[in-house]
Design a protein around this ligand. Structure first.
Ligand code: SF4
Length: 669
């Protein structure tokens, strides 16, 4: 292992680091013993090599596949475009053969040639983005035209390779889900299908890179989407619970039911008679209209009780969807030999199946006692009325741990890694969420390892907590916060990343500070985020303010980022349906719901946010938390213990002086 890792490091052009060696050895041991492993490895450890080298070795020696799952496209790209090509070249001489690797995503991520070249085009009304103009001169029509041109030149059909991307409404015109695909054997384009080619390549690869959602679907459902494997590495594992929760969240809205009804109606015999599909499709359309009215009238937020009218409407949606399904199945004779009609049927059956199962989940979740319900239901309604986002009922699992425990950890050896896994100094909070620990103290066999960070945090960074400020209120940012921000930004000469807990706070701060500081100030929403981050990185004095995606997605080394400001501890909002239900469930079991759910979530985000400061060994700077509760509240110790070990102070003058010195040094450099 040591020899392989050294060759890998030399091949990639880096230096060997003790944390990387310790991690590679631990991953190798986990694979050998079958014990699961959680490894915290700070930025700069080189953790991708530390898991890829033992993973490749295992795949080659056992002639098997190892799956590597990431949360973000950026990391997928880094592994596929940068790390793996150089790694396999470096390792080939020592291993006696060149390891192979592939990327695999869900079918919806690949262009479907059948759909694009004459498969069932959606009626312009078959979209949640109503009314949709798909005419050639419309914005959507132009995007669809672009997709048709791209289809002629792309070698992979992978949506992420289309830059700039296209809106979801356009992509849906040329893609299908796994349930909507008619199957390669029946498809006239089966032999050229991009999704099928990706699957074939993945089936032969030693390493398959995928995303958390596909890995979770493969592990937790009966659909096999990934090649058979016994070892999984989950990178960016701090995001696993959220990604799996999203992948398993069901959604239901009036327009979505209406789309399914239109698809069902189109499959009917034009002369369809009594009891045929036209009649049942009409019933479904009526149920869709009733659902739209019910949801328009219902308050947003978590639903602990299902109103009777809504329950009756959901039952009618469920029954009508079942009747449509039966009617389509009854007229299925000959479909197999008629690919266009078969594709239309798959499209309709897939929508109907989803409606039926989401209705069943929602109705079923209210049959249990409040505290023991396994699923949470809520109504999501945009703050500003938006035709593209109708009021939507959502249903999500209260916990993903039980299913991961049984289907993922129970059947495979898993390594989970990230720069942030130990909360309050312990792996247990996340291990419990993943299902490695059970509330009764029972646990699967797993180890936690913190290999530290190559950065000298106490010397490179200051954690400043503005203890003298008032605690944040419910409303707008207090004037004292804006003054503090102004003074810090002036001292740093700009170079500031402002991480706010709400978009409203980010916009308010940007508006106020633009009047007060001379440095350029960008705010999320001014342009696409990637473009803003690029501008921020390229122009040293520029500041960037924003919210959640910036907490995890900014990687700007050097003098463009000397100050990270966090306006408040990022606890979930009290009306967050999932977090509040999870807190209640923990309390009902006798636990501390606030610490287990809200403080753990805040700790994870705070650690991610503070992690934006030091990206390379030479970076220096300050993380300023304006919320004094980080040092005054009882939970402050737990939160601070989740952060990198920066030198900590509450003295504003000292921090401004340090920022001033850094700014002067940067200006002279
Ligand atoms: S096999 Fe499925 S995904 Fe591939 S082109 Fe045919 S319908 Fe589309």
């Amino acid at each position: 292992m040591t020899e392989l890792l050294a060759a890998a490091v030399a091949g990639i052009g880096g230096a060997e680091r003790p944390g990387q060696v310790a991690m590679a050895e631990a991953v190798e041991q986990a694979i050998e013993t079958g014990e699961h492993l959680a490894v915290q490895a700070g930025t700069g450890t080189g953790k991708s090599l530390a898991y890829l080298v033992p993973a490749i070795r295992h795949a080659l020696t056992t002639r098997s596949t190892v799956v590597v799952a990431t949360a973000t496209i950026a990391l997928q790209r880094q592994l596929i475009d940068r790390d793996l090509p150089r790694l396999v070249t470096a390792l080939a001489p020592l291993l006696g053969q060149e390891p192979s690797f592939a990327i695999l995503k869900g079918r919806r991520n690949y262009l479907c040639l059948h759909r694009q070249r004459g498969g069932p085009a959606d009626d312009p009304q078959d979209s949640l983005f109503e009314p949709v103009d798909t005419g050639p001169a419309s914005p959507l029509g132009r995007q669809v035209k672009r997709l048709h041109e791209w289809a002629e030149e792309t070698a992979t059909g992978d949506r992420d390779e289309l830059v700039p991307g296209v809106p979801e409404a356009a992509w849906r015109q040329v893609s299908v889900s796994a349930q909507e695909c008619i199957g390669a054997a029946r498809c006239p384009f089966g032999s050229r299908c991009f999704a099928e080619k990706a699957r074939e390549t993945a089936a032969k690869a030693h390493i398959v890179v995928t995303n958390h959602a596909l890995m979770a679907i493969d592990a937790t459902s009966d659909i096999e989407v990934l090649p058979g494997h016994d070892v999984v590495v989950i990178d960016e594992a701090h995001d696993l619970v959220d990604r799996v929760t999203s992948a398993t969240t069901g959604e239901l809205s009036g327009p979505a039911v209406d789309i399914a009804a239109r698809r069902a109606a189109r499959l009917t015999d034009p002369g369809g008679g009594e009891g045929g599909a036209p009649a049942v499709a009409d019933q479904l359309r009526q149920a869709a209209a009733a659902l739209t009215v019910d949801l328009d009238d219902a308050p947003a937020g978590r639903m602990d009780r299902l109103p009777e009218t809504l329950a009756a409407t959901l039952k009618s949606v469920q029954d009508a969807a079942k009747a449509c399904t039966d009617a389509i199945m009854a007229s299925a004779a000959g479909l197999e030999d008629d690919p266009p009609r078969l594709a239309a049927a798959r499209l309709a059956l897939s929508s109907l199946g989803e409606l039926g199962s989401t209705c069943a989940r929602i109705l079923g979740s209210f049959t249990e006692e409040l505290e023991t319900r396994p699923e949470v239901v809520w109504l999501d309604r945009p703050f500003i009325e938006d035709a593209r986002r109708p009021p939507t009922l959502k249903v999500a699992p209260l916990e993903v741990g039980p299913v991961l425990r049984e289907r993922l950890f129970g059947e495979r050896t898993v390594t989970l890694t990230s720069a942030t896994l130990a909360l309050g100094g312990s792996f247990n909070p996340l291990a419990s969420q993943w299902g490695l620990n059970l509330p009764g103290g029972d646990q699967l066999s797993w180890n936690g390892l913190d290999v530290g960070s190559p950065f000298d945090h106490p010397r490179s960074g200051i954690l400043y907590v503005a203890r003298h400020l008032p605690p944040p209120g419910r409303d707008a940012l207090p004037e004292a916060y804006l003054t503090e921000l102004e003074e810090l930004i002036e001292a740093a000469g700009g170079r500031t990343l402002g991480l706010f807990s709400s978009m409203r706070a980010a916009v308010q701060a940007a508006g106020a500070l633009r009047e007060r500081v001379k440095q350029p100030l960008l705010c999320q929403g001014d342009d696409v985020t990637a473009q803003l981050v690029k501008q921020f990185a390229e122009d040293e004095p520029t500041c960037l303010f924003g919210t959640l995606s910036l907490w995890q997605g900014v990687d700007v080394p050097g003098p463009s980022l000397r100050l990270v400001v966090i306006d408040r501890i990022p606890f979930p909002r009290p009306d967050d349906p999932l977090a509040s239900a999870r807190q209640r469930a923990v309390a009902a079991r006798g636990g501390n719901g606030f610490m287990t759910v809200a403080a753990a979530q805040a700790a994870l985000l705070l650690a991610q946010g503070t992690g934006r400061l030091l990206r390379t060994m030479t970076d220096r700077g300050v993380v300023a938390v304006l919320d004094p509760r980080l040092v005054t509240a009882r939970y402050g110790d737990f939160l601070r213990a989740s952060l990198p070990p920066f030198w900590t102070t509450t003295d504003p003058a000292l921090v401004r002086a340090a920022l001033g010195r850094l700014s002067a040094a940067d200006s002279q450099a």
